[in-house]
Design a protein around this ligand. Structure first.
Ligand code: F6P
Length: 390
């Protein structure tokens, strides 16, 4: 049976979104389905912002970065989630889910493919759970922090962009004998910082999963490195990295616990970390350390600290080949599920294969496990680069 499939992209943009769209379109064309693009994520879904996507007008769409559908961080459950009483909150969430599901009629769609991270997929999961909406999810985020897929598309493109910049910064850091604090995206999970940091040989890597001690993890490491005749230093700092409570109280002069707690939040309650900039805070704190300056002088080392915030440059540009292929495969599989009338599922990568999990499982977070071999590698690299070369 011919179907009309709605598709939307929500949350931050990400290299590979258009590749997923092209994968959906290829499969839909093969099965003679119509694809309606819903613009601006859940915002456009509620406002009926649609246009038909015709594959013949979109040659090579999978090679182009960003999303032709635009995106937003609109959360339809925002009001319901604010309700304090748990029973009433749940009731309102269910009412909203049903209202959202009834929007299919207005949009003229039989099924929906939602492409997004845990926030976007969480909205989709509730629509399926409480209203039986015919939805399929596709996991997206440069952060790679979704639990049921080996990788999210966009991750390796972002890693390459971050690694290129960090490699470049290393040469200027070496030339000036400076300390560079490079802030890498990744709100809750440190995958981006850990992988790009290790791949470019960052000397210190700070991630959200393991709060850092300013004195032990930064100041002492810098001192040991200077003693071991290292003259330039790269600190890769995740935007979500935070100091331990003790360190915050003991070592920080420019922020307090309140500064972090009081950060403004987006529609989904995520703190706007771009308003914090941990890299700038670390630079300010290091610059206030006269003891460190004296120590550097004693070893004839320059003491100049700079920050670089990679920010949205990490989500920019065209997807890597890996992400183009992954996006195409995920998109094609999502459209195949619609063809087979299988809903409430998220497509995912398991090993070499594109498989499915439930939307509810798919919307869960994946943080860096504290026993990860990547963390062990990080610690070994930091340690060996504090050793004397004599
Ligand atoms: O969720 C992906 C992400 O790139 C995070 O790493 C980052 O914290 C956030 O988006 C930034 O979002 P925005 O583009 O809304 O500032």
């Amino acid at each position: 049976m011919k179907k009309t499939i709605g598709v939307l992209t929500g949350g931050g943009d990400c290299p590979g979104l258009n590749s997923v769209l092209y994968g959906i379109l290829l499969k839909a064309m093969d099965n003679k389905h119509t694809v309606i693009g819903i613009e601006k994520g859940w915002k456009g879904y509620l406002q009926n912002l649609t246009r038909e996507l015709e594959i013949t007008k979109l040659d090579d769409l999978h090679t182009i970065g960003g999303t032709i559908l635009y995106t937003s961080r609109t959360n339809p459950y925002k009001e319901a989630k604010r309700i304090k009483d748990p029973t009433e909150r749940q009731r309102q969430i269910e009412i909203t889910a049903k209202k959202m599901a009834s929007q299919f009629k207005t949009l003229g769609i039989d099924a929906l493919i939602a492409i997004g991270g845990d926030d976007t997929l969480g909205v989709a999961a509730a629509m399926h759970q409480y209203a039986g909406a015919k939805i399929v999810g596709v996991p997206k985020t440069i952060d790679n922090d979704l639990s049921s897929t080996d990788y999210t598309f966009g991750f390796w493109s972002a890693i390459q962009l971050a690694s290129n910049t960090m490699d470049n910064i290393t040469t200027t850091s070496r030339s000036h004998q400076r300390i560079f604090v490079v802030e890498v995206m990744g709100r809750d999970a440190g995958w981006l910082t850990l992988v790009s940091g290790i791949s470019t040989g960052a000397d210190i890597i700070l991630i959200p999963e393991r709060p850092f001690d300013f004195e032990t993890d930064i100041v002492n490491v810098l001192k040991e490195r200077v003693q071991a005749e290292r003259k330039h230093h790269i600190i890769a700092c995740s935007e979500g990295a935070v100091p331990t409570k003790e360190s915050l109280k003991r070592d920080f002069k420019t922020i307090t616990a309140e500064t972090i707690e009081k950060l403004p939040k987006d529609d989904f309650g995520n703190p706007l970390l771009s308003k914090l900039n941990m890299s700038k805070i670390i630079v300010r704190e290091l610059s206030l350390r006269d003891d460190l300056k004296t120590f550097f002088r004693k070893y004839q080392a320059e003491f100049e600290v700079r920050d670089v915030v990679l920010g949205h440059t990490m989500r920019a540009g065209t997807p890597s080949s890996f992400d183009r292929i992954l996006g195409l495969r995920l998109g094609a599989k999502a459209a195949q599920l619609v063809q087979e009338d299988r809903y409430g599922l998220m497509v995912c990568l398991h090993g070499e294969n594109i498989e499915t999990v439930t939307l509810t499982a798919g919307a869960k977070k994946k943080l860096v496990p504290l026993d990860s071999d990547l963390l062990e590698l990080r610690d070994l690299i930091t340690r060996v680069k504090c050793e004397s070369r004599l």
